[in-house]
Each structure stands twice: as C-alpha cells, then as structure tokens.
Write a protein that binds this ligand. Structure first.
Ligand code: NAI
Ligand code: MG
Length: 507
C-alpha cells in the first residue's frame, strides 16, 4: 500500500471555518498575536499538510500572561467562593460537551488521533473531569485541633489549618492527547482557586483556543486562564525559570521534565509536578482468560499508535502460553486498520511527525540488530503521505535490551518470555520508569501479589490503564513527581497554613 489508498474524508465545514480563524494568544482579556520571531507550522500528520501557522509567544508575552494570572488570582478568580468556581466549571463542562465533535475533529487534524478516540477524550477527560473537580471546589478545607505538645505547657493552644491555592500555575502540555491534557492541568488548578498560564505543544496546539474561549463564555474572569503558544526551548524553558510562576505542572518527556525541575530549582524554587515517560509491563500468566488478555495486550501497546505515556510496551508472557499469545496479538494487530484520523474505520492513525517516525524506525533497526530478538510482525510498507508506522512486534527479547528499556513512543511491542515469578518481578522493575502496568491471571492472590511488587504508580488486574477522574495517576522513579486525578490531584495546587491561637492559661 505504498501509493495512496487511504480514505481521506474532507474536513467538515465547521472545522474548515475554525482552521481559518487566527490562533492568537489569550492574555487577560486580550487576544493577541504572539511576538516571537519563531512561527509554528501546524501540520496534519496523516496528510503532511499544513493547516495553520501560529506566531509563538515572546518573553514579554509570557511576562504579561503571568501578570494577568497574578491579577486574577488576587482580585477575581482567587477571591471567588468555591461555589462560584464550581458553577463556572460546570457551565464550562457543558460547553465542552456542546462543542465536543468539533474539538475532537480539530484534535484529529492536529495530531492524527482517530475520531473514535479524540471526541471521547474531549467528553471524558475534558467535560467529565471538569465536573468531577467542580465538586471538589466546595470541599477544600483544613482542620482544627488542640496540639498535645506545646513549648509553653501552661498555655492552651488551638491550631487551625487553611488550604490555600498555591498561586499562579504554569502548565506545559504535550501533543498526544492535547484536549485531555489541558483539561487535566486546568480542572484541579481552577477548582482550588489557582490561575493558569498554559503553553500548548508546538506539535498540536489547535485545541488550546477552545479552552480559552469556552472558559470566558462560561464566565471565568479574564486572567483566570491565559493561553500561550510557543516552542518548548523558548517559552517552556522561560516558564520553568519565571519568578512570577509559583508552580509548574508538566507532561512530556523525562529529559524535559528534568530540565524543568532544574530550572525551577535554579530560579524561585517553584513547585513542580511531572508526568513523564514509561515502559509499562503487561504480564500474562498461563491461567489468564486469553480471550480478554490478547486483545487488551494489543490495545495496551498499539492504541494511539503507542504514543501514550501508560502504553503497555513490554509484554511478559509465561512460556506455557507464549506462542498462543504472540500469534493472537499479531493477528489482532493486523485487524487494526491504519488510516486517516477522520476516516470512520481508522483504528490506528499516524505518528505525530516525521521526526518521531524516524525515531521509531531507528528503534526498530536497533531491535533487529540487537542480539536475540526476532520480528514477529511489522516491517511492511506504509501508506503515504502521512507519518504512518505499522504495529511491530519483537519476540524472544530480553529485559535488558534497549527496545525493552527505552521509551519508543510508537507502535512497537517487545515480548519477553518468563517462567519464574521472582525473575519476572526483577525484570519488570528493571527500567528507570514506573508508570503503569497490568497483570492477567484468574488467581486473585497472584494478581494482588504482583500488583504489590510492581514498582509503578498504578497497576491493573485483568485490565490495562484504568483511568478515571477519581483514580490517582502518576509515576514512580523517572516516570515523574506527584499524582494527578482524584483527590490527590488537588494536593499539588494547594499549600497549607497553620494558624496557632494562644487560648491563655490552662484551666
Ligand atoms: P517534549 O517533552 O519535548 O514536549 C512536551 C512539551 O514540553 C511540549 O509542550 C514542549 O514544547 C515542551 N518543552 C520542550 N522542551 C522544553 C523545555 N526545555 N522546557 C520546557 N518545556 C519544554 O516531548 P516531544 O519532543 O514532543 O516527544 C519526545 C518524547 O517524549 C516522545 O518520544 C516520548 O518518549 C516522550 N513524551 C511523553 C509524553 C507523555 O505523555 N508522558 C508526551 C509527549 C512525549
Ligand atoms: Mg500537528
């Protein structure tokens, strides 16, 4: 299929109209063209077609955005009662649902994700997450207590703690699920009363404007949310060191996460939450329900063409069922229709860029050359134009190979056979990452035992990557700092103040 045989539906009239509108920055109540000398060329990766051009933000634009966010923190959004914040967030969630089809289509054009996943991202990771966190806006409270041990024991004290918004939040998001990532940064921050300066990903910036417009439409005061576009090494790096930003929340590569942490430490010691890379395991025992485990293992790795932080890219299979599982995963992968994100049958879209495709192909070459592993699937020609990569499966791999250690961020599955549980645990935990993972077995004791031994932020039993608004998500080791989602996802946006009151002599 080297010549173009793909179905490539026309963009909808609404999307065409939206793409023709300018992609400006929102600073306070002002829509303004970015003043950087660098321009972002926005490409549909399924068609290698330019769909927009955006001027990035300058250092001055960033200063103005931080200033607007500080002003809103001190005078409007940060002063609203939680119930007012909740009302605005709920209205915003309804607006996201109203426009979900358009936002989903624009996200597909922006980063190639099939419509069948992009619109649900807007509804479930966007609108539903906002509703969940709107509920928390009225439930942020400290506590009051009598300290048992004081320095002046003849006096009585009462201590009360206040939970306050940490301040101006800088959010830096990646391109793989931009509408979901923006919502995930915004919702908990806004719920507790923080204001936000957000930088979109230069590889998929187009969904950012919807958040800016719809928040204003929902009644958020200007400055609550400020939208910047720009390059990571320019605007992103400047955010990490900006003295007016109190906290950075970031999702992206481990290398950039490290540089943000360094920038934060070297400047104003701003707080940092990092959601970084992964090399998550899927572990299949012989007693697993293979009719469930096999398609799930294929989806865990190949979903969104492997461009998900929690992708299950290492498949540990017990030798007893190894051949059956590998054959089943390969057969399932072949049924995953590769295509344009807007075509109704598409299950697998393109990868994000020519650079990302080259990086993935380089890893496939490394896998072929590294001693031992064999290719069970992959290597065929791909349609063009578009940055397509077909699902690729390596078998007979060892846990210490590069294709089993390094995050590829593409549809490449590394299958590692096992027999012994102790060796399995050691191999599973042998990467620098610890984000996600799943265990497939009908033996609940074994499932729970493995779940406890896998060093990662989340483990699913007979499921992979169980995401929900309530469930904390984040990485151990070099997969990141902190947790998002759930009640825990509020913590990074809060600071605690203890107020001690001297009640006078004990009676
Ligand atoms: P990246 O980490 O460079 O980009 C993510 C975001 O960080 C973008 O908004 C970018 O503008 C920003 N950024 C880049 N350099 C920065 C800097 N010095 N300071 C502050 N912000 C900066 O990721 P990229 O290049 O798009 O992808 C490379 C690899 O990163 C992927 O192959 C994958 O392994 C990993 N990745 C992981 C993601 C996840 O969900 N955990 C998401 C995206 C990428
Ligand atoms: Mg793009």
């Amino acid at each position: 299929m080297s010549r173009d045989q793909l179905v490539r539906p026309a963009y909808s009239p609404r999307a065409v109209a939206d793409l023709a509108r300018p992609q400006h920055l929102l600073i306070g109540d002002r829509w303004t063209e970015g003043a950087s000398s660098r321009t972002i060329a926005v490409e549909n990766p399924a068609r290698e077609e330019r769909v927009a051009e955006i001027a990035g933000a300058s250092a001055h634009d960033l200063d103005m955005a931080v200033h607007a966010a500080r002003h809103a923190l001190e005078t409007s959004w940060g002063r609203l009662h939680g119930r007012e914040r909740a009302r605005i967030m709920l209205r915003f969630a309804d607006l996201l649902d109203r426009d979900a089809d358009l936002i989903g289509e624009i996200m597909s054009i922006d980063n190639g994700t099939p419509l069948a996943s992009s619109t649900p991202v807007v509804r479930l990771l966007g609108a539903e997450l906002f509703r969940y966190y709107a509920g928390w806006a009225t439930k942020i409270s400290g506590e009051a207590f009598t300290p048992a041990i004081g320095s002046r024991t003849h006096l009585d004290f009462m201590v009360s703690t206040l939970r306050e918004p940490i301040g101006v939040v800088g959010a830096i998001v990646p391109w793989n699920a931009p509408a979901g990532m923006i919502a995930l940064k915004l919702a908990p921050a806004l719920a507790v009363g923080c204001t936000v300066v957000l930088k979109t990903a230069e590889l998929a910036p187009l969904t950012g404007r919807f958040f800016a417009e719809l928040l204003l439409e929902a009644g958020a005061p200007p400055g609550t949310f400020n939208l910047l576009h720009g390059f990571g090494d320019e605007v992103g790096a400047a955010m990490a060191t900006h003295p007016g930003i109190d906290k950075i929340t970031f999702t992206g590569s481990t290398a950039v996460g490290r540089s943000i942490a360094q920038g934060a430490a070297a400047s104003n010691l701003k707080r940092v939450t990092l959601e970084l890379g992964g090399k998550s395991p899927v572990v299949i025992f012989p007693d697993a329900d293979l009719s469930e485990a096999i398609p799930a293992a294929a989806m865990a790795c190949f979903f969104v063409s492997g461009q998900a932080c929690m992708a299950g890219t290492r498949l540990f299979v017990h030798r007893e069922v190894h051949d059956e599982v590998v054959a089943g995963v390969a057969a399932f992968a072949k049924t995953m229709t590769l295509g344009d994100g807007l075509a109704p049958d598409t299950v697998l879209g393109p990868v994000i860029s020519a650079r990302q495709k080259a990086r993935i192909l380089e890893y496939i070459r490394i896998g072929v050359e590294e001693d031992g592993a064999t290719v069970a699937l992959g290597g065929e020609d791909t349609p063009s134009p578009g940055h397509f990569v077909r699902p690729t499966i390596f078998t007979d791999a060892r846990a210490d190979m590069r294709i089993a250690q390094e995050e590829i961020f593409g549809p490449v599955l590394t299958v590692i056979p096992f027999t012994d549980e102790a060796a399995l645990v050691r191999d599973v935990n042998s990467t620098v990452y610890g984000l996600s993972g799943s265990v497939w077995t009908r033996d609940i004791q074994r499932g729970l035992r493995m779940a406890r031994k896998i060093d990662s932020g989340q483990v699913a039993i007979n499921y992979h990557a169980a995401m929900s608004p309530e469930t904390p998500f984040g990485g151990n080791r070099q997969s990141g700092w902190g947790r998002e989602f759930g009640k825990e996802g509020l913590e990074p946006y809060l600071k605690t103040k203890a107020i001690s009151v001297n009640l006078g002599p004990r009676t």
